[in-house]
Every structure is written in C-alpha cells, then in structure tokens.
Design a protein around this ligand. Structure first.
Ligand code: SAM
Length: 241
C-alpha cells in the first residue's frame, strides 16, 4: 500500500470517489497510484513535461503494481490530456506563476474539468489573483506542514466566480486577502496562526532592513511595511478568537 506524505494525502482527500484524475507534473507518480490503489479514482493519468520523472514513475509502477498498466504521458501542462478527459486535474509542487501559465494556455480546455487542485510552492498570492481575475472559484484551501514549510493547497472550480478576494474577511480587496486566503480564515485552519506569524516575522525583517538602509523612498517603504504588519496582526488576532 502506498503511503502518501501529509501534503499529497491532503491533495488526495480532495478527490471525490469515482473521479478520474490527471496529475500534471507527476514526477514520482505516487499521488495517482495511491488514488487508484485506494479505489477512489478508476482511471488516473500520470503526466510530466520531462522523461526523467516519468522514468521514475515507471520504476515506482513496476515496484508497487507490476501487473498493472498505468496511463503515463509525456507533455507540457494540459497538452497531454484532452478536453474533459478527466474529472479532476492536480498540479502540485510547482511555482504559482508556472501553474497559472499552464492553466491559461488553453482556457477553453481548462474550463472543461470539474475540479482543479493546486499546490503552488511560491507566488500563491499571484496565483489567487489570477484565479479570481479569470472567474475561477476557490471553494477550499488547506495548510499542511512539510519539513520546515507550510504548504498551501487550493481547490478550484473552474468558471464559477463565487469567490472574490475578501469573501469571509472584513479586509476586503487588500493585498493581505491574496496572501492569507479568506477561505483559510473562515475555516480556521489549525496551522493558520503559525502561517500568519511566519509572514509577520518576514515583514518585520524587511522593516528592520529598510530602517537601517539608505534606500530611496525609505519612509514610504517603512510605512507600507508597517501597514502590512498591522493587517497581519489584525488577522492573527481574528484567527485566535
Ligand atoms: C517538484 S515536482 C512535483 C512532483 C509532484 N507533483 C509533487 O507535488 O510531489 C515538479 C514536476 O513538474 C514537472 N513539470 C514542470 N513543468 C511542467 C509542465 N509545464 N508540464 C508538466 N510537468 C511539468 C517537472 O518535470 C517535475 O517532475
């Protein structure tokens, strides 16, 4: 039985029984193999842009399921799958900007999938802004610890703009709503306080570097950073209550 990491398990938990899945950037292939093995997904497609990772996935298939033929495809982003070919698409472990590029390459195709699960490694705020700006609805988010990182998992319904930055948060439209998702605040994710405190720590470091530096617009930058810290402190307080 394949044992997934907490991060991959959290992603797997968002796939509904019976849903077919394409894992874009599958690398080792553990997520789709585990979904198939658990009887959740009757068909899984393992896609990657590079043949090296797919060779790794094939080695794992041979090791765990030597009798089973998995659907393994080489290709960039969603180009390896047909419109509507699967119910759910997973894109995990890539940068937020790359994820938005993959989704935007063929928007018509992207909108044919029922569910898209994303786990950006960085630029999460930019990805959220892109999703919201393009009419995708973020219906769930989770934080999960992986080593020293807190990973953000974003579950999306394409083409249904019920969410806008600010839903569930009084700080509507602020930068902070893209950085600390109102969905996480609403559901009081157990790692949320730590997540916000990490951000406050980073902003405080920036503030002290700007204070001690001789940059142009130093006071403007200090004011902006102080404002960010205040907003984050406010969210921290709110997530403690
Ligand atoms: C860090 S691994 C993530 C593996 C797995 N999804 C996970 O979350 O554990 C990123 C994988 O994405 C693949 N990749 C990068 N750009 C891609 C693209 N445009 N289309 C498909 N796969 C891509 C890489 O080859 C690599 O195997």
């Amino acid at each position: 039985m394949i044992k997934l990491s907490h991060r991959l398990q959290k992603i797997a938990d968002l796939i509904q029984p019976g849903e077919t899945v394409a894992d874009i950037g599958t690398d080792h292939g553990f997520l789709p193999m585990a979904l198939w093995e658990a009887g959740i997904s009757p068909h899984v497609i393992l896609c990657d842009i590079n043949s090296g990772p797919l060779d790794k996935a094939r080695v794992n298939i041979e090791k765990y399921f030597p009798e089973t033929e998995f659907d393994v495809r080489l290709g960039s982003g969603l180009s390896a799958i047909h419109p509507g070919e699967v119910d759910a698409v997973v894109i995990a472990g890539m940068g937020g900007l790359l994820i938005s590029e993959i989704l935007s390459e063929d928007m018509e195709k992207t909108r044919t999938f029922k569910r898209i699960i994303l786990q950006p490694r960085n630029a999460q705020d930019k990805l959220r802004a892109w999703l919201v700006g393009n009419g995708f609805s973020i219906y769930d988010e989770s934080l999960v610890r992986e080593g020293k990182y807190l990973c953000e998992i974003i579950a999306v319904l394409p083409g249904n703009a019920e969410y806008s930055p600010g839903n569930g948060s009084a700080l509507s439209g602020e930068w902070v709503d893209l950085e600390v998702s109102p969905v996480l605040l609403k559901k009081q994710d157990p790692l949320l306080v730590e997540f916000i405190e990490n951000k406050i720590r980073i902003e405080k470091k920036i503030l002290s570097a700007v204070k001690n530096g001789a940059e142009k617009n130093k006071y403007e930058k200090m004011e902006r950073t102080e404002h960010r810290i205040n907003l984050l402190e406010e969210l921290r307080k709110r997530s403690l209550t």
